[in-house]
Design a protein around this ligand. Structure first.
Ligand code: ZN
Length: 233
């Protein structure tokens, strides 16, 4: 049976496979979603299905209030977090969540990832924020929905823009990344994991390594993202 959401399901499926192929997933601990802003719905991976068995038609379609529009499988247990972020950040097109090792290590240590080098500055000019672990009331309430609240509150408190900082660590839990498309959210998840690994090694070699200086932060970020960007073709 054909579906009006076939392209969306395909985008979501491909992104989930890419997340796994990039080595960011342990068993089934990871999920990517893709949004269709015109129809106000998103596609997400079904819960607990092994990546090798995943098919495009298995993707579940929901609206921003978590009502299933299409699909027979149960959606990812993190679905409400994705829905809350789509509802509140109307420019994002895809979200990815993993339990990748180095990203999770920083989240468990409850530390922002300092901007140490140009790999980091190519993607964002700020330290990668680590939101505080959730309080008991949020945990005991609508946990996955409240996970979204915790992420958005962190950005509000710190005055960060989700357009400029497309990734976050949630304290004690792990990374969430987003972007204009689901593929970009996966790309950002890999960047985050790589930067987390590099920063960890940097502090091993030199525990008092300095942050990257402003001139290099500016140079690297702007040649990729500034109005006179000249990186790439
Ligand atoms: Zn998780």
């Amino acid at each position: 049976m054909s579906s009006k959401y076939e392209a969306l399901k395909h985008e979501c499926f491909e992104a989930n496979i890419a997340l796994n192929d990039l080595g960011l997933v342990i068993y089934t601990f990871g999920n990517v979603s893709a949004v269709d802003r015109n129809n106000k719905v998103f596609a997400i991976k079904p819960s607990g299905v092994a990546y090798e068995k995943l098919r495009p038609e298995d993707m579940v379609i929901l609206d921003y209030d978590n009502t299933i529009i299409e699909g027979t499988l149960r959606p990812s247990s993190d679905t409400k977090t994705h829905a809350f972020l789509y509802k509140n950040w109307d420019h994002i097109g895809g979200i990815a969540h993993t339990h990748a090792t180095y990203s999770v290590a920083w989240a468990q240590a409850q530390r922002d990832i300092p901007i140490f080098g140009t790999t980091h500055a190519d993607h964002l000019t700020a330290d990668i924020p680590c939101a505080s672990p959730m309080g008991d009331a949020l945990i005991e309430g609508d946990y996955e929905h409240n996970t979204g609240i915790q992420i958005i509150d962190c950005f509000k408190e710190r005055g960060l823009s989700p357009k400029e900082v497309e990734m976050v660590l949630l304290g004690n839990h792990g990374p969430f990344a987003w972007g204009k498309t689901a593929a970009k959210a996966v790309y950002n998840s890999k960047v985050l994991e790589t930067v987390a690994h590099m920063a960890y090694l940097t502090l091993q070699i030199n525990p008092s390594a300095p942050r990257l200086k402003d001139s290099l932060i500016k140079k690297h970020y702007e040649r990729k993202h500034g109005k006179d960007a000249y990186y790439g073709q």
